[in-house]
Design a protein around this ligand. Structure first.
Ligand code: ATP
Ligand code: MG
Length: 420
């Protein structure tokens, strides 16, 4: 039987790890730089949490969730995103009792049953950043800046923000009425999905990715013209902060989140290389969500970014991540007696914190040196019968193949010195 990785999943092989490491390290550093603390939530949660918080009429809940009955017949779902779990933790662990706002980030896999294609998988990794407990537009800006700085530090260029405001329960209903009557005159021209959305999730008509629907939505009434004073003021402040920082942004009236608890700011970051269909990050404000999953009414904002899409962008832009760490030393031996000495030496070096590789397997010296080259070690330490007898070791510098015999007791100092 030949087993295969499930469709839409992939293996991150050793040669790809440098990319992953680079993205994750930069993300951690930037999050810490902005004073965000790490949180981790379960990979699966009660299905109802996502149905409620992501929303019944979204693509995710309608057709993308991995939901299953566990052995006690409880309905569970592999997390399709992080916000729901973090809000659940906020309410359940009473994180609202801590000094607010709470600035959090997490990194891990998420699962959606999607049609796999470049940058779109069924198991994918997200960076997720959330601020809970503030409605200040400067916090919106800060969260957007975290995303921006992560990409910038990774080395991605050609970035731009797409921003919009989706209003609030005060101003959105009026806008929805306007939008509904406008779309009523275009029902013949929109796709089947959109016809369905017209009845249940009107805002989603605006971000349909079908070309004919996009052309139509371009002419639709714009929410900016319907914002209440508070939402309008909030959006204006955010834009002036973006101007202050000289960030390129475009007000994109088709950028929406279809649900009531999403409020005010929505944003995406686009990278020049991967285009509008593949935003590297999406986020926004959700002032109504925490109250809905059992916590106190709490304003919040966050974003999520797919690591695969960041790496795709890196590759398209030719950004090379730094090498993953290599062992400093490779221990080689000839003969049984020398092998014992080599086993002891290798362990001694590792205990002293010197990265040390070896092949074992009793291969020829040539094969061992080939392997030493492959591991990227700076030095090979070679032990034969003579070396054992004389209490010395042959130290070979891999870069130029020069070698010298040194006392066994001086090996540690020699490789430590050579490595620095
Ligand atoms: P898209 O419109 O591309 O489907 P989305 O609106 O479903 O994105 P969000 O739910 O906002 O995306 O998720 C945030 C980010 O997670 C996206 O900007 C993208 O980088 C990443 N992402 C979403 N779905 C996938 C997937 N199936 N595979 C890889 N990355 C994904
Ligand atoms: Mg999607």
């Amino acid at each position: 039987m030949n087993y295969k990785a499930p469709r839409g999943t992939y293996d991150i092989l050793p040669e790809d790890q440098a990319y992953w490491r680079h993205v994750i390290e930069k993300t951690r550093r930037v999050c810490e730089l902005y004073g965000y603390e790490q949180i981790d939530v379960p990979v699966f949660e009660q299905a109802g949490l996502f149905e409620r918080s992501v929303g019944e009429s979204t693509d995710i809940v309608e057709k993308e969730m991995y939901t299953f009955l566990d052995r006690s017949d409880e309905r569970m779902t592999l997390r399709p995103e992080f916000t729901a779990g973090i809000c659940r933790a906020y309410a359940e662990r009473k994180l609202h009792g801590r000094p607010q706002p709470l600035r959090l980030f997490t990194i891990g896999p998420a699962f959606r049953y999607e049609r796999p294609q470049a940058g779109r998988y069924r198991q994918f990794y997200q960076i997720d950043v959330e601020v809970l407990g503030s409605q200040d537009p400067a916090v919106d800006l800060e969260v957007m800046q975290v995303a921006w700085q992560i990409y910038e530090d990774i080395g991605i260029s050609g970035l731009s923000f797409q921003v919009n405001s989706t209003g609030c329960p005060v101003c959105r209903p009026g806008y929805l009425d306007t939008l509904r009557s406008w779309y009523a005159q275009h029902l013949g021209e929109i796709c089947g999905d959109c016809t369905r959305r017209h009845g249940q999730n009107l805002l989603r008509l605006l971000d349909c990715k079908n070309e004919p629907c996009r052309t139509i939505s371009e002419g639709a009434p714009r929410i900016q013209d319907s914002l209440c004073e508070e939402c309008g003021g909030h959006f204006e402040r955010l834009r002036s902060y973006l101007d202050d920082l000289d960030r390129p942004y475009e007000v994109n009236h088709r950028l929406v989140r279809g649900l009531d608890y999403y409020t005010k700011t929505v944003f995406e970051v686009w990278a020049a290389g991967i285009g509008a269909q593949n935003a590297v990050c999406g986020g926004g404000r959700y002032d109504g969500l925490i109250g809905m999953v059992g916590g106190p009414e709490t304003p919040a904002i966050g974003f999520a970014s797919g690591i695969e899409r960041i790496i795709l962008t890196m590759k398209q832009e030719g950004i090379e991540p730094p090498d993953t760490p290599k062992p400093s030393v490779f221990v080689a031996y000839i003969g049984d007696e020398a092998k014992e000495a080599a086993v002891v030496l290798a362990q001694e070096l590792r205990t002293a914190g010197v990265g040390t590789a070896a092949l074992w397997e009793d291969r020829s010296l040539k094969a061992q040196m080939k392997q030493a080259d492959r591991t990227g070690a700076a030095f090979a330490l070679i032990i034969g019968e003579d070396e054992v007898r004389n209490g010395v070791v042959m130290l070979r510098r891999m870069a130029d193949s020069t070698q010298a015999s040194i006392r066994r007791s001086e090996v540690l100092d020699a490789v430590k010195e050579g490595a620095s």
